[in-house]
Every structure is written in structure tokens, then in C-alpha cells.
Design a protein around this ligand. Structure first.
Ligand code: UDP
Length: 239
């Protein structure tokens, strides 16, 4: 008999930056195809998956408002960037015959369904992949916070943060070759040590609501599936 997955329902956060690949901006077609193939493999574990995608590969409100743009305006642009990424992933999934719905927190009815929690859960029960676009729909938040929020709303058992780094480090491993990987942390550790892999709002929301967070390398083939099957990869944050 096939081994059962470790979860019934998960929320997978894919950073916008990961979608750039080696480029400085935008969506790398190769990375998009890779992520879609990884998701197809992961969905074969019979886990219900909701996805939140970031937008940092196109626009990041906080950095662009620092260059003189109004922050709320910049955040709206950032949220629309996540809609673009979500539609790109939907296309790649549908090309692989995976029924996929994009549900947006900002109204774009011609392109995506509005986010309605009960409908999202229904889609997932019917084994459709649901992509939650436009973050929380509010400025001053991040897509990590949106991921923690949607995870709790849909009853996901875990928040999986798939990123370019293979876990949580005590300092930036790209800038510091001596950085140490931290495999198991509490929410308080993350906050008191100011670990930057996720913003404080997102980690507080996860901690206040007992949502475990696993951070792992998106770009290593088979990783999403491994995590779903319960392999200990990357780093884990829990209470
Ligand atoms: N954003 C926002 N509210 C949200 C989620 C995102 O205003 O609830 C905006 C914000 O400007 C952010 C941008 O969307 O910089 C892209 O999201 P994020 O930076 O979280 O993407 P990632 O770092 O995962 O690529």
C-alpha cells in the first residue's frame, strides 16, 4: 500500500523572488515550469494544497515607497504583482491538467474569483489547487502574513514556506559563509533573535494560532513532495 502523506491540507507559500531564477526581475519561464512540475508531483500525495505567491519578483511596496512613492499606492502595485504571478502559475498548472482556481483578495473579477473562504475550502475538497492572490488585500502587510492568515482560515495543518534558501540561518547565508542553520525554533526564538526569514507580523500570527511553519528550498527537485510525506527538511518553527 502507498505510504500516506503527513498532512491532509497545507498552505504553501512560494516567494515571488524564487520565480525570477537568475534574472533581476520578472518570471523565469524555466522556474515557472519547474515549480509547476514540482506541484504536480506533490499533488500526487493526495494532500489538499493552497498556494500563496509573493510579488517581490515584480514589485515590492516597501522598497519602492522608499524611493518616494506613496506606500499604500506601492503596496497596491505589489498586491497586483502577486495576481500576475498567480495567473502565470494557474496557466502552468492547467497546462498540466490540474484544475486550478485563483482567488484574489482584491477585486479583479475578469481575471480571478473573489476570495471567499467557504468557496476556497470547497474547491480544495474537490481537489482543485487554490492560489490565493493579492495577499491579504491590505497595504502594510506581506504575503507571508497572507499565507499564515489563509492557512488558518482554510484549516491547513502547516505553513510551508518554499524559498531560495534551504532553511533558517542565524544570519544571511548568502552574505556570511559561516552562517549556522537552525533546524528547530520556537516563535519566540524567531522574534527575539530578529531572524529575518519572515516578518514579525507573519510569525506572530502563526505563533498566536499554533500554526507550525516549515522553511525549505523550493529549487531542489522533489522537496515539496518530501515535505508533504513528512521528511524533516529545512527548518521548523513551532510553539
Ligand atoms: N502586499 C501588501 N499586502 C499584502 C501582501 C502583499 O501590500 O497583504 C504587497 C507589498 O507591497 C509587498 C508586495 O505586495 O511588498 C509583494 O509581496 P511580498 O513582498 O510579500 O512578496 P515576496 O517577498 O514573497 O516575493
Amino acid at each position: 500500500m502507498a505510504r500516506k502523506a503527513a498532512y491532509n491540507r497545507v498552505l504553501l507559500k512560494i516567494s515571488g523572488e524564487a520565480l525570477m531564477g537568475e534574472a533581476d526581475f520578472g518570471i523565469s519561464p524555466q522556474v515557472l515550469q519547474f515549480v509547476a512540475d514540482e506541484l504536480v508531483q506533490a499533488l500526487a500525495c493526495e494532500v489538499q494544497v493552497g498556494v500563496v505567491i509573493g510579488g517581490g519578483n515584480i514589485f515590492r511596496g516597501v522598497s519602492d515607497s522608499a524611493r518616494g512613492m506613496d506606500r499604500v499606492q506601492a503596496d497596491h502595485m505589489g498586491m497586483l504583482a502577486t495576481v500576475i504571478n498567480s495567473l502565470a502559475l494557474q496557466d502552468a498548472m492547467e497546462q498540466r491538467d490540474v484544475p486550478t482556481r485563483v482567488m484574489s483578495a482584491i477585486s479583479v473579477p475578469q481575471a480571478a474569483e473573489p476570495y471567499i473562504r467557504r468557496r476556497a475550502v470547497r474547491h480544495m475538497e474537490k481537489n482543485r489547487l487554490v492560489i490565493f492572490a493579492a495577499g491579504t488585500g491590505n497595504p502594510f502587510f506581506s504575503t507571508d502574513t497572507a499565507a499564515a492568515l489563509r492557512a488558518k482560515e482554510i484549516g491547513a495543518e502547516v505553513l510551508l514556506k518554499a524559498t531560495k534558501v534551504d532553511g533558517i540561518y542565524d544570519c544571511d547565508p548568502v552574505k556570511n559563509p559561516g552562517a549556522n542553520k537552525l533546524e528547530l525554533l520556537t516563535y519566540d526564538d524567531v522574534l527575539t533573535r530578529h531572524l529575518k526569514f519572515m516578518d514579525a507580523t507573519a510569525i506572530s500570527l502563526a505563533g498566536d494560532n499554533d500554526l507550525p511553519v516549515i522553511v525549505f528550498d523550493l529549487m531542489k527537485p522533489g522537496n515539496i513532495r518530501r515535505v508533504l510525506m513528512g521528511e524533516q527538511l529545512g527548518s521548523r518553527v513551532e510553539g
